[in-house]
Write a protein of this length. Structure first.
Length: 245
């Protein structure tokens, strides 16, 4: 099977990190193709960034489908463009926040999220509500660390995450930790060893979910709101997205 892993920002270093984590999680025989848009924000840290990045995600999904991808992973914790991508794709499309929340709920009755900037907290909380996990999450903890600092994590940053994980475990009752950024994709094992509780990283979680869905022959439903986009002309710079009805 062939799985496309899309980093919605334009950081090549982060794309390489995300792709390596996805390939490490994939079983033998699964082909992982990592990619990122050529145009868009260098990091995604708010609603505006997500809106700009969404078109890049959709372009990558369209290209991945043409190249034979059977499933698509959106490797940003805001899950930008997730439902729009599901309209385009016949195969499964999985966001890493959604994947992380699902897996955490299977191994703990309460979990917490460790993410980057405080301004993204509400975005994560909105996703928890939308996906139905708000009642299981004890806290969304923000490190106040820019996303691009995660391209190459320092020992001091890892130590900060360990300290925060211990606080969430010991004072907030979190039985598991969900890592709230694709740039944390290489930290799962180190944090698991340090904290002694399950640490879920969304890229690897999404890969295993994609493999499971493909094994079961399950793709995106094309009934209702996730049916293929309606054929219609688009104007100006978006003309290539249009088609005659």
């Amino acid at each position: 099977m062939r799985i496309q892993v899309i980093n919605p920002n334009t950081s090549v270093a982060m794309t390489e990190k995300i792709t390596a984590a996805a390939q490490a999680a994939a079983r033998p025989g699964t082909q992982v193709h990592g990619c990122c848009p050529a145009d868009g924000p260098v990091s995604i840290e708010g609603h505006f960034d997500e809106a700009i990045a969404t078109l890049g995600v959709l372009e990558q999904v369209r290209g991945g489908m043409a190249a034979g991808a059977q499933a698509h992973i959106i490797a940003c914790f805001g899950d930008p463009g997730l439902l729009a991508a599901r309209e385009l794709a016949a195969g499964p499309v999985i966001g890493i926040a959604e994947a992380g929340f699902h897996l955490a709920s299977l191994v703990a009755t309460r979990f917490a999220v460790i993410t980057t900037l405080g301004r993204t907290r509400i975005i994560a909380e909105h996703l928890l509500q939308r996906y139905g996990f708000a009642g299981l999450c004890t806290d969304v903890s923000c490190l106040e660390v820019p996303v691009l600092d995660l391209e190459h994590c320092t020992p001091a940053l890892v130590a900060q995450m360990v300290e925060e994980g211990r606080r969430l475990r010991d004072t907030r009752g979190a039985g598991a930790i969900v890592l709230g950024c694709g740039g944390m994709a290489d930290l799962r094992q180190a944090l698991t060893d340090a904290l002694g509780i399950p640490v879920i990283e969304g890229v690897s979680a999404a890969v295993k979910l994609a493999e499971s869905l493909l094994d079961l022959g399950l793709g995106t439903s094309k009934h209702g709101d996730l049916a293929y986009p309606l054929a219609k002309p688009f104007k100006g710079r978006f003309a290539e997205w249009g088609q005659e009805a």
